[in-house]
Design a protein around this ligand. Structure first.
Ligand code: SF4
Ligand code: SF4
Length: 291
């Protein structure tokens, strides 16, 4: 697989350094795109790099606003089949921009992970090859009552999963989900603290939910935090909890619709409590939070 990387800013640099550890042989060209360009650009062609090389996959990291449109020209010039454009800030790629890019490249598979650590396989040869190693964190926690070691099976593209894993040793299994969120902040995760209006939460929080999900999966976490009672009348409220859940908007089944009511899948739930607050029938209850 041949990869072209476009990157900008500190976040872009961090991702580039992380993915080079695995894909150095595959990356055929790397182009730094200037930071702080105007949000609206009439003609992005002047920013299209020279000496582009034939590629299968384009990865674009850290670009803000109209400059993202350069992937359209670059995809045509490199004959790329697949594109990943990440967002770690709400200001990077608006809905309109995503449509404009997708419409002009309708033969090419494009994904817009927000945050990058929500990337999962999508049935595309090149995106899935990349997502084997980088994307939604996957770890294996070794230890009976305390963490002896943590094996990283899939790293976040910014490298945060590896950092979190290296710093969980010695914690009791009861603390490890909570601590994984703390360690992510210590890394520090560079995702934005601004609320993303499409998702209704900050992208930093979404990244926290992803590392906690990885911990819960590894520990086969099954204790319920939230539960839905028989008072749920989803057909009457129009499934408000499903519509507000930021994790659902990120693409995970934290709230599952069952014809007339919902269930909460605590494996994916990030405990933001938005569904608890919005339910008009007070049907979602918070239980004891224990592992
Ligand atoms: S739990 Fe509440 S908000 Fe969710 S579908 Fe049921 S009634 Fe609606
Ligand atoms: S608390 Fe409710 S809204 Fe928040 S992540 Fe969990 S299921 Fe979704």
């Amino acid at each position: 697989m041949k990869i072209t990387v476009l990157y900008s800013g500190n976040y872009g640099e961090r991702v580039l350094n992380t993915i080079l550890e695995k894909f150095a042989q595959n990356i055929v060209s790397i182009h730094e795109i200037p930071e702080n360009l105007p949000e609206y650009i009439d003609d992005v062609s002047e920013y299209v790099p020279e000496n582009l090389k034939e590629s299968d996959l384009i990865i674009s990291v850290g670009l803000f606003g109209d400059i993202n449109l350069i992937v359209c020209d670059i995809a045509k010039k490199t004959n790329a089949k697949s594109i990943i454009i990440e967002s770690h800030s709400p200001k990077q790629v608006t809905k309109g921009l995503k449509s404009e890019i997708s419409d002009s490249l309708n033969e090419i598979k494009i994904v817009f992970p927000k945050p990058f650590c929500s990337l999962k396989p999508v049935g595309d040869t090149y995106i899935d090859e990349f997502a084997k190693y980088f994307g939604s964190p996957e770890i294996e926690i070794i230890g009976e009552t305390i963490v002896k070691s943590v094996i990283v099976k899939r790293n976040a593209p910014c490298g945060s999963t590896k950092y979190v894993a290296e710093n969980l040793t010695g914690y009791s299994l009861n603390e490890v989900e909570f601590e994984s969120g703390n360690k992510l902040h210590n890394y520090p995760c560079l995702a934005s603290m601004d609320v993303d209006n499409e998702i209704g939460d900050t992208i930093l929080h979404l990244a926290g939910y992803k590392i906690k999900e990885a911990v819960k999966k590894s520990l086969k976490f099954s204790n319920k935090i939230l539960t839905v009672t028989g008072d749920c009348k989803g057909f009457e409220c129009g499934f408000k909890c499903y519509k507000i859940c930021p994790v659902v908007k990120m693409g995970e089944n934290a709230v599952e619709i069952e014809k007339t009511h919902v269930n909460i899948n605590n494996l994916f739930c990030g405990c933001c409590m938005k569904c608890v607050d919005i339910c008009p029938f007070n049907a979602i209850k918070v239980l004891n939070y224990k592992i």
